[in-house]
Design a protein around this ligand. Sequence first.
Ligand code: CP
Length: 317
Amino acid sequence: MTETVPCLPKDLLDLDDYSPGQLDLVLDLAESFKEISRRTIKKVPTLRGKLVVLFFHENSTRTRLSFEVAAKRLSADTIALSASGSSLAKGESLLDTARNIAAMAPDALVIRHGASGVPGFLARRLDFPVLNAGDGAHAHPTQALLDMLTLREAKGGLKGLKVAVIGDIAHSRVARSNMIGLTKMGARVAVAGPPSMLVPDLAETYGVEVFTRPEPALEGADAVIMLRIQLERQSGTLFPGAREYARVYGLDHERLKLAKPDVVIMHPGPVNQGVEMTPEIYEDPRSLILPQVTNGVAVRMALLHLLIERPATPADS
Ligand code: CP
């Protein structure tokens, strides 16, 4: 019997739209694309003649660069737009900006925005794929996918892994997308953070274990994802200070002893060194923080390929 390849939805807004089979499809293709980045000529003609618009309304280093590298590795053309360099700064609305982008016939729009829901708002109005590169505290699906690829490579699979996610859960789009994606793939997720950085009903909504101290989350963990303290998304002072946060929630070698000896350490970046983790943890041989960035290119190549080359379905009209 031939197995049907699951088609992806038109847009990538968050991982709750994806089945485990669709997540595997992206991860398997990303794994095969990694080889292209190791070649002398790091380019294939897969998306030649296609145009990808990178619209970053909020700062980014890793996501913006890796989407651009991914598009270029597949031979797509890219144009980049930022809030300050566009006519948004002159008062043009986001929708008008998007309509003007659409008038130039792009094949995909990659958007990061500080407000939750903007990628979804645009996706409903544009007839080409919209890829969410991070929206407010809502979702960061490509980060979760690259985290899943990194974990799968390190551990041989995701099912049954215990993954500790520690830090500012309430304001973290990375935590949200990872809770959805990892639990879908059969991992056990334990989140921990100060009570002021947790939201009610996390356990019921996402099927995760919730702790107000990092130790029980780290106990027997196969992997730990440390989150950035997101000062720009906090409405008030949620913890007494960086030193106090580092003392109670930061990852150091003493605390890491609670996890399995072969635990892997991850962080989406940018890292506040000395706050979320000590510099020694960042440099630890079990740290996969830079391999995560490498995998980000492969995951975004896979997504651009799958969404741009995706056959239209009746659900699109
Ligand atoms: N992980 C992440 O989203 O990093 P950037 O903000 O640098 O893109």
